[in-house]
Design a binder for this molecule. Structure first.
Ligand code: SAM
Length: 300
């Protein structure tokens, strides 16, 4: 009779070839969220490429692991990748970790992966925590298709410019945000997308003060202002996309704006109706509005 292997034996039983880069996810808060395979591989590798060697040194110490560390961060990733490739060519196993969560997701790691693969060497991912998947797992059924956008630009003007083309995007959108910008970013989302869209604010996931709040973009600033603690910590924002109808209207507007630069309102409506199959009368009415707006702007 064969006995069942324990989960840790299963982690050990897998093949971990030499001359390979292991991309290892680490916890996003609760240190118990490390996987058994991550612990096994971090213990097995010859070296660990880390976003911040001090942070990773401390994290590894909590698991009783000590390894030579190589700094691979945002500012040196390409050059550091060459060093890692030399270690791999010498037959080493190297793990890549970021400060928290999954490397390559709003974190260093992707350029290292590119360079290692371009050098003809193996890359093996080890799944684990990511704030993106953790927030989405508790968002609910309104999230089916989503687009991950990470951090928005920090400056208000650039942020508004980045959000403007997303107003007609029909996927749910997922953003990361830091505490010092959460209030202004949520306001920018409301300004760009209107008050009615749904938002999930996932804060301090897996940590002591974790909270998940869901409401509309109109309600979100009030929730943030209600308690100073609501603005503290790390955030994932999950925001409802535009309706198909809103996207259709935005597409029609874009087409009419181009046509109105070349032909009169009537002609623009006729061409747009032929191209889109939408009602010529409705397009005519909208073209008149857009022409009016354009003339107001040029009067300014
Ligand atoms: N690589 C990480 C991942 O897999 O999620 C993301 C790293 S990114 C530099 C850090 C951002 O992720 C934070 O500013 C926050 O937006 C989000 N984040 C990370 N940990 C989080 C947590 N525990 N709760 C909520 N958001 C978190």
């Amino acid at each position: 009779m064969t006995s069942l292997s324990s989960p840790f034996e299963l982690a050990q039983a897998q093949q971990y070839p030499a001359a390979t880069l292991y991309v290892v996810a680490t916890p996003i808060g609760n240190l118990a969220d490390i996987t058994l395979r991550a612990l096994h591989v971090l213990g097995l590798v010859d070296r660990i490429a880390a976003e911040d060697t001090r942070n990773t040194g401390q994290l590894l110490a909590r698991y009783g692991i000590s390894k030579p560390l190589v700094a691979v961060h945002e500012h040196n990733e390409r050059e550091a990748a060459q060093r890692v490739i030399e270690f791999l060519r010498a037959g080493e196993r190297v793990a890549c970790v970021s400060d928290a969560g999954t490397p390559g997701i709003s974190d260093p790691g992707a350029k290292l992966v590119d360079a290692v693969r371009a050098a003809g060497l193996n890359v093996v991912p080890l799944p684990g925590a990511s704030a993106l998947a953790t927030a989405l797992s508790a968002a609910g059924d309104w999230v089916s298709t989503f687009t991950f956008l990470g951090f928005l630009p920090p400056k208000p003007k650039q942020r508004a410019a980045a959000l403007q083309p997303l107003a007609a995007h029909t996927h749910v959108m997922v953003f990361y945000e830091a505490p010092h910008r959460i209030v202004e970013t949520v306001q920018s989302l409301a300004d760009a997308f209107g008050p009615a869209r749904r938002i999930l604010i996932a804060r301090e996931l897996t940590k002591l003060h974790e909270s998940l709040w869901s409401g509309t973009l109109a309600e979100a600033p009030t929730w943030l202002a209600a308690d100073a603690n609501h603005q503290r910590g790390e955030f994932v924002l999950v925001v409802e996309g535009a309706s198909e109808q809103a996207q259709g209207e935005a597409d029609h507007d874009a087409l009419l704006r181009v046509l109105l630069q070349e032909v009169p309102v009537k002609g623009a409506a006729k061409i747009a109706a032929a191209l889109t199959g939408a009602s010529r009368n409705a397009l005519y009415a909208r073209a008149l509005e857009l022409k009016g707006e354009g003339e107001e702007e040029s009067d300014d």
